[in-house]
Ligand binder design. Structure first.
Ligand SMILES: Nc1ncnc2c1ncn2[C@@H]1O[C@H](COP(=O)(O)OP(=O)(O)OP(=O)(O)O)[C@@H](O)[C@H]1O
Length: 331
């Protein structure tokens, strides 16, 4: 197994058989293709965002990567291991954090959950101590260890869960919504910790989130999945180009004038006194637009605003992704 292909999926599929009620006693069998022929590789030490709308197939992919679910087709390897065949061996190499569920014992003080994991995973004592001390320090948890999990706030519990996933020094960490419901300070703490973990330990991280700031701050590469298919795999900024989004030229004029009219290449989307906002395709240069406005209108100042990434992604989902192809190189 090469480091560039630490995680590797080739045409992976997952089909669920479900029975739908169609009448009082009638049930119809049908199939849900949750993951539809997905291929990608993740290099050792990469930190990759895995995003998509509800029901896109993200959790199903993560469950196959942990060995909880067996693929219906295709081939999948994590650290050279087939997850569903060697789930126990894989468990020593991976850590998993599900933001909406906890792996901690609800009624026990946090430290007792860690002691149990120490035994369950058969973590050598020195390694357990070193990892625990490091998490306690970096995640600011010294006050929390004796507190029963049920009394922890969501942000505290999340830090507790992240530490639990790292006690056995996994090579790969799957994070499913690790900042969901957290306040700004807790989110910042979790992100900072993940950045350090990745930089210092070279832990490979696959991050699923609906919070695009997580991705912006942590991942250079992002994969977008929708209807079980990989719609995009590349740098986050590249989404602007494929997302058919618009940039905005904001112009300050000497005085109020009627909405600027310079033909079909740009349209006025907002006017506030002498300031006007013109939307134009993100793929086009602003220069000709600026030249035309400057020639015909009393221009004082201007700026160009990049599309907001949330709008780009919302647009991608809305268009069904037909325009988008998985980027070569990572598939
Ligand atoms: N055990 C199951 N049985 C039947 N259908 C399932 C099962 N698990 C998932 N699905 C279906 O597979 C599709 C993908 O679901 P999945 O949970 O992977 O999506 P997701 O991207 O993680 O969504 P969310 O963001 O809402 O968590 C959905 O249509 C879902 O209803």
């Amino acid at each position: 197994m090469r480091d560039e292909e630490f995680i590797r999926l080739d045409g992976v599929e997952k089909v669920f058989d479900v029975r739908r009620r169609t009448g009082f006693l009638r049930r119809e069998k049908h199939q849900v293709r949750a993951v539809d022929s997905i291929s990608f590789t993740v290099a050792r030490g990469e930190m990759v965002g895995y995003i998509g709308p509800n029901g896109a197939g993200k959790s199903t992919t993560i469950k196959m990567l942990t060995g909880i679910l067996t693929p219906s087709g295709g081939r999948l390897r994590v650290a050279g291991i087939d997850p569903s065949r060697e789930r126990t061996r894989l468990a020593q190499r991976i850590g998993v954090v599900f933001g909406q569920r906890t792996t901690l014992w609800w009624d026990l003080p946090l430290i007792d959950s860690y002691r149990l994991m120490h035994r369950m995973y058969r973590i050598p004592d020195a390694r357990y101590r070193a990892n625990l001390d490091r998490c306690v320090e970096l995640l600011d948890m010294s006050e929390l260890l004796e507190v029963p999990v049920r009394q922890l706030s969501l942000g505290q519990r999340m830090r507790g869960d992240i530490a639990a996933a790292l006690l056995h020094d996994p090579d790969v960490l799957y994070l499913d919504e690790p900042t969901i419901g957290l306040d700004v300070v807790s989110k910042a703490k979790v992100r900072e910790f993940l950045r350090e973990l990745n930089a210092e330990r070279g832990t490979t991280v696959l991050l699923t989130t609906h919070d695009l700031t997580d991705i912006e701050q942590l991942c250079r590469r992002v994969m977008v999945i929708d209807h079980g298919r990989l719609m995009y795999d590349g740098v986050l900024s590249g989404l602007h180009e494929v997302g058919e989004s618009e940039r905005t030229l904001v112009v300050d004029l000497e005085r109020e004038v009627p909405p600027i009219d310079i033909g079909p290449s740009a349209r006025v989307v907002r006017v506030e006194g002498p300031r006007q906002w013109l939307a134009f395709p993100a793929s086009e240069s602003a220069a000709p637009l600026v030249a035309r406005v400057a020639a015909d209108y009393p221009l004082v100042d201007l700026s160009v605003r990049e599309p907001d990434i949330e709008a780009v992604i919302a647009n991608m989902y809305a268009t069904g992704g037909d325009l988008l192809q998985p980027q070569a190189g990572n598939s």
